[in-house]
Design a binder for this molecule. Sequence first.
Ligand SMILES: Nc1ncnc2c1ncn2[C@@H]1O[C@H](COP(=O)(O)OP(=O)(O)O)[C@@H](O)[C@H]1O
Ligand SMILES: [Mg+2]
Length: 278
Amino acid sequence: MTAVLAADRLSYAYPGSAPVFSELSLEVARGTSLAVLGPNGGGKTTLLRLLCGGLRPAAGRILLDGRPVAYGRAALAEFRTRVQFVHQDPDDQLFAATVGQDVSFGPLNLGLPPEAVAARVASALEDMEIPFLADRPTHLLSFGQRKRVAIAGALALRPVVLILDEPTAGLDPAGTEALLETLRRLQADGTTIIASTHDVDFAHRWARDAAIIARGELRAGPADTLLTDAALLRAASLRPAWGPAVGRALRAVGGLPADAPDPRSPEEVLGLRPEPRP
Ligand SMILES: Nc1ncnc2c1ncn2[C@@H]1O[C@H](COP(=O)(O)OP(=O)(O)O)[C@@H](O)[C@H]1O
Ligand SMILES: [Mg+2]
C-alpha cells in the first residue's frame, strides 16, 4: 500500500516552546476514515495542521502519494487544493458575507470559469445538505450550520483528503448523527477523511483507523484494536469506548455470541437498527 498521505519523522515546536513531538510518523491509507485522539494539548491540532501544510515541520516530511510536500507558494497552493483542512471553530474559517460567496471562494481562486464554480458550490452545498442556506448571511447561522458551511467550503475544492479538527465539538446529538452520516457518504464516494476528536465513542462508530497522540508519542492502528485497549486509552487520558464495554459484558452473560462484533450504538443494542461497520 502507498499511503495517500504520510508524515515521515515529523518534529515540531511552537516558537519559544518545548517540542510538541519529535520524529513522529503516520501513514494514512487511501479511502480510510482515521480518527486522531488524545487529551487536550496532546498535539492533535498541531499534527493536523502539519498534515495539511498549514504548519511547516522543523524536521521531517509530509508526503502526498509518496511525494514530499514543498513549501513554496505555488507548490503549497496546489497541495492545499488536494488536502483540505476544516478548523475546529467555523468562525476561524468563514469570512464572506453569504454562504454562497464563502463556498465559492476556493473554486474562484482556482481560476475556474463561473459555470464550474457554480456547479462546485451547488454540489458542495448538496453534500452538506444545506442548499437552502446558499443566500443566507453566514453570521446569522447557527453554530452547527456554520460548521456545515465550513466543511462545504473545503469540499468545493474536491479534496483527495479532508481533514477536520474536532468536527463534533459544539454539535448537539442530532448534529453529530447527521455529521456521521455525511462523513460516511463522503468516504463512500472516495474521499479519505481524517478527524480529530476526544469522543472515543464517535471514533469507534466512525473510524476504520485510529491514531492516539499524547505526550509526544503516537500509536496508530485499526480503530477496533486501539479503541478497545483500556490501558492505552487511560494513558492518553481517554475513557474506553462504550460499545466494546457493552460487548464484553454481554458476551460474559451469553447475551452476545463470542464472535459477534461489538455494538456501536445504543440503537444497535436495543435492536432498533444495525450500525454500519467502518
Ligand atoms: N500557537 C501556539 N503557540 C504555542 N504553543 C501552542 C500553540 N498551539 C498549541 N500549542 C501547544 O502545543 C501543544 C499541543 O497543542 P494542540 O496541538 O493544540 O493539542 P490538541 O489539539 O490535542 O488539544 C500544547 O502544549 C499547546 O499548549
Ligand atoms: Mg485541538
